[in-house]
Design a protein around this ligand. Structure first.
Ligand SMILES: [Zn+2]
Length: 138
């Protein structure tokens, strides 16, 4: 298995070599492959703690929306509830999908489940939003 390439001549080197076998150049430590900065940002953004925080925040919005809906007596209340629910579903769904794709520290079946649930949440809220928008409020 090849882990390193010589920075001078490009020859493939074993992981533990200190000097290039082909040209004798000293092997730099930096030749170890590292993640891109953008990738690191995504890794941070979709770390387990932030995913859980975003999901709880989304569920809180949904919960407030349900309470508003329960106690609303006019269409304004329903509108507010719908906005809160939509934001909550989008936040939760987006972080489930993002976390499922990016966070490779979790079990792959958990990640697959997160993506499926996230896609389900976002498609449902899109369907519900278009349905509610099509109702001719009077
Ligand atoms: Zn070399």
């Amino acid at each position: 298995m090849v882990d390193y390439k010589c920075s001078k001549c490009g020859a493939d080197l074993p992981a533990d070599s200190k000097f290039c076998l082909s040209c004798g150049t000293k092997v730099a430590k930096e030749t170890r492959p590292e993640h891109e900065p953008v990738h690191q940002v995504f890794q941070f953004l979709f770390s387990k703690n932030l995913i859980i925080a975003a999901i709880l925040f989304g569920l809180l919005l949904i919960w407030i929306g349900v309470i508003v809906l329960t106690f609303s007596s006019d269409y304004t209340g329903i509108r507010v509830a719908q906005v809160l629910n939509s934001l909550g579903f989008f936040a939760t769904g987006a972080f489930l999908i993002g976390g499922g794709i990016v966070n490779d520290t979790m079990d792959r079946f958990v990640r697959l489940g997160m993506i499926v649930i996230g896609v389900y949440m976002i498609t449902s809220v899109l369907a519900l939003t278009s349905l509610i928008s099509s109702i001719p409020w009077t």
